[in-house]
Design a protein around this ligand. Structure first.
Ligand SMILES: NC(=O)c1ccc[n+]([C@@H]2O[C@H](COP(=O)([O-])OP(=O)(O)OC[C@H]3O[C@@H](n4cnc5c(N)ncnc54)[C@H](O)[C@@H]3O)[C@@H](O)[C@H]2O)c1
Length: 253
C-alpha cells in the first residue's frame, strides 16, 4: 500500500486537528507532500511534525476560510510553489454549537459566517486553485456531514448546501478532467464533534448506527485515500456517507 501518492501534492484545509490531521497522516504515510491550511497555526505545526514522523513532508499556511482575501492569498502561494495539485480536501468546517438544535435566533452575521466557512469557502478555494488541479487532472473532496441528509439544523443546512455545490462543481470542473465528490461522515471521534453533542445525545446517536463501534477519523481518511487512488478514479459527482449506517435510522435533533 505504501507510496501510492509518492510525487503527489495534497492540500488539506482544517489540517490542524481532527479529521484534517488524519487525512494529512494517511496521505503523508503514502508519500504525498501535504499543504496544510488552517486558521490554527500551532495545530498545523503539530500536524506537520506528525507527518514528518511517518516519513512524509508538509508545509503550513495560515488561512481564514471565511475571508476571500485569505483564500486568494493562499491560492497565490500554492500556485507559486506548485505547478500541480492532485487532491484538494476542503475539510475545514465548524458547527458553532449548532449540530443538534433548530436554526432560529442565529442572526444574519452568524449565518453568513457559517456559510462562508462551510459552504462558499470550499468553492472559492477550488476555483482559485483550478489551474493546478487541471494540470494534475485532480480531485476535489468537499467535507459534508450525515447532518446534511436531515437539514433541520443550521449546521445541516450549510452542509446540504455544500452537497449541492459538489454536484455543480463536478459539472463545472469536469471540463478540465477534475473530479469532485463529498464525504459525509457520521459521528466520528474528534474533539470538535464531542464538543458539539452532549454525552447522552452522543450515545443515543451512536446507538442508531448499524455498525456497533465508534467511527474514527481514520475511517474518513481511508475513504479519502480510496477516492484519490487509481482504484477510486471512476467515482465522481457523489456524496458518500461514511456513518456506520446511521442515516438509515435517521439523524434526529
Ligand atoms: N467529527 C465528526 O463527527 C464530523 C461529522 C461530520 C462532518 N464533520 C466535518 O468534518 C470537518 C472536520 O471536522 P473535525 O471534527 O475534524 O473538526 P475540528 O474542529 O477538529 O477540525 C476543523 C479544523 O478546521 C479549522 N477551521 C475552523 N474554522 C476555520 C476557518 N475559518 N478557516 C480555516 N480553518 C478553520 C479548525 O481550526 C480545525 O483545525 C468539518 O468540516 C466538520 O463539519 C465532522
Amino acid at each position: 500500500m505504501a507510496d501510492r501518492f509518492s510525487g503527489k501534492t495534497v492540500l488539506v484545509t482544517g489540517g490542524a486537528a481532527g479529521l484534517g490531521r488524519a487525512y494529512a497522516l494517511a496521505f503523508g504515510r503514502e508519500g504525498a507532500h501535504l499543504i496544510l491550511a488552517d486558521i490554527n497555526e500551532d495545530g498545523m505545526i503539530e500536524t506537520r511534525a506528525l507527518v514528518e514522523g511517518v516519513g512524509g513532508s508538509a508545509e503550513c499556511h495560515r488561512v481564514d476560510m471565511s475571508s476571500e482575501a485569505d483564500i486568494n492569498a493562499l491560492a497565490g502561494k500554492v500556485l507559486g510553489g506548485h505547478e500541480r495539485l492532485d487532491v484538494l480536501i476542503n475539510n475545514a468546517g465548524l458547527h458553532l454549537g449548532e449540530i443538534a438544535r433548530g436554526f432560529f435566533g442565529l442572526g444574519q452575521a452568524k449565518w453568513q459566517y457559517f456559510f462562508a466557512v462551510n459552504t462558499i469557502g470550499p468553492m472559492l478555494l477550488a476555483e482559485a486553485l483550478r489551474p493546478a488541479l487541471a494540470k494534475a487532472t485532480g480531485l476535489i473532496i468537499n467535507k459534508s456531514s450525515m447532518a446534511s441528509y436531515n437539514p433541520a439544523t443550521a449546521y445541516g443546512i450549510t452542509k446540504a448546501s455544500l452537497n449541492v455545490f459538489t454536484h455543480a462543481m463536478a459539472l463545472q470542473f469536469g471540463s478540465d478532467g477534475i473530479r469532485c465528490v463529498a464525504i459525509a461522515p457520521g459521528l466520528m471521534e474528534t474533539e470538535a464533534a464531542r464538543g458539539g453533542v452532549q454525552d447522552d445525545n452522543w450515545e443515543r446517536l451512536k446507538g442508531m448506527q448499524m455498525v456497533k463501534r465508534q467511527g474514527t477519523a481514520e475511517d474518513i481518511a481511508n475513504l479519502g485515500l480510496f477516492l484519490a487512488s487509481d482504484e477510486g478514479s471512476f467515482i465522481n459527482n457523489e456524496v458518500i456517507l461514511c456513518d456506520g449506517g446511521n442515516q438509515m435510522r435517521g439523524f434526529r435533533i
